[in-house]
Ligand binder design. Structure first.
Ligand code: SF4
Ligand code: SF4
Length: 354
């Protein structure tokens, strides 16, 4: 299936020139999308030899965006991963994730207190494992923003991982189990709001739902404006990171929405880093399988934000926030956390979490 889909390759090399992992790690460590997704499988190369390089693909979709034939290269790479999934040993972090899923239906166990999620309301909110277990302030701020635009958010009790990490590593069995579990909980709902772009994409692709990322939800409501935000907050220079799965897969309109929302906040100066669209390295399972590679990619971006004079780096994605924050070079926050912190509380637009 992969090779037939890839027959449209005209060998122009655009995907190779654009791949951020290849550019950073070099062709010896990561031969790039054409070699791995087009040529490797076609010539029946020894699959095992592809395993280590395949772990490095962040599924950022930059190659597809550059490809004149618009070939689905990340999907083809994931297909090859699926062929290799049964091989052991797997990376320890991956084994831990699988054990967590088998025990709790979620990829991570909470590392501290979690945000309490209402069980009734009129806006179905899907928190996602990483946000819920590792970045509760992102969940709190998403709930606040949904309330600020007039909704009553709730999460179904016993929700499970959306399955995105399992799809990226090729575990079809566990993936099917999680999907069946969630689909039963979502029955009767067409829309769902997420705070993680990976969940947004997964719910759209595999669940037949019409998910909205939180940025789409609050921007699309039309209820936030400059007067919604506190004019007394100190001025700040921020840089904006564009998450690959949000801007390239959900759609480039999301970045415009993020910029629009930031423009509404008084005192905010958005500085340009020149690397806004570059992958942070946090996706595609790379942060768990190859954290060294993910951290090198993140450091390059954060350093650019520091050099541009940013005091804060914002990203509308908990995965990106955590990966960029690991560098310790600059304060990194989810865009929702920043927006919620600047809402004009005195006018009752902001509803504190009960
Ligand atoms: S999805 Fe991104 S990391 Fe993977 S091959 Fe394409 S450009 Fe490279
Ligand atoms: S950009 Fe597309 S057509 Fe060009 S080499 Fe890569 S896969 Fe082939």
């Amino acid at each position: 299936m992969t090779s037939r889909t890839m027959d449209g390759c005209i060998k122009c090399g655009a995907c190779v020139r654009e791949c951020p992992v290849l550019l950073q790690e070099g062709q010896d460590r990561f031969p790039g999308p054409r070699r791995l997704a087009v040529e490797g499988p076609r010539f029946n190369e020894e699959l095992s030899a592809l395993r280590s390089p395949l772990e490095l693909c962040t599924t950022c979709a930059r190659c597809t965006a550059a490809c004149p034939s618009a070939l689905p290269l990340p999907e083809a790479l994931v297909q090859v991963r699926r062929l290799l999934y049964r091989e052991k040993p797997r990376p320890e972090r991956q084994e831990n994730m699988l054990a967590n899923i088998d025990g709790t239906l979620r990829t991570v166990l909470p590392s501290g207190p979690v945000t309490e999620l209402p069980s009734t309301g009129d806006v179905l909110f899907f928190p996602g494992c990483i946000g819920h277990g590792r970045y509760p302030e992102g969940i709190t701020s998403s709930l606040s923003l949904i309330r600020a635009v007039g909704g009553r958010p709730f999460a179904p009790q016993g929700w499970a991982c959306c399955g995105s990490p399992l799809e990226k590593i090729g575990d079809e069995q566990r993936l099917a189990r999680l999907e069946a579990h969630n689909k039963a909980l979502f029955r009767g709902f067409d829309t769902v709001v997420t705070s993680c772009p990976g969940c947004t994409v997964q719910l759209r692709k595999r669940y037949g739902l019409d998910p909205q990322h939180i940025i789409e939800h609050i921007h699309g409501s039309g209820r936030l404006r400059r007067s919604s935000f506190d004019h007394g907050s100190p001025p700040i220079k921020v840089a904006l990171h564009s998450p690959c799965h949000l801007a390239r897969v959900v759609g480039p309109h999301t970045l415009e929405m993020a910029r629009d929302l930031l423009d509404m906040v008084p005192g905010v100066d958005v500085v340009s880093t020149g690397l806004e669209d570059d992958c942070c390295g946090g996706g595609g399972g790379v942060a768990s399988a190859r954290p060294d590679v993910a951290e090198r990619m993140a450091a390059r971006k954060v350093q650019a934000a520091v050099e541009a004079g940013a005091e804060l780096l914002l990203a509308p994605c908990p995965f990106c926030v955590i990966n960029l924050g690991r560098t310790g070079l600059l304060n990194v926050q989810d865009l929702t956390v920043f927006l919620a912190s600047r809402l004009l509380k005195a006018e009752g637009i902001y509803s504190p979490i009960p």
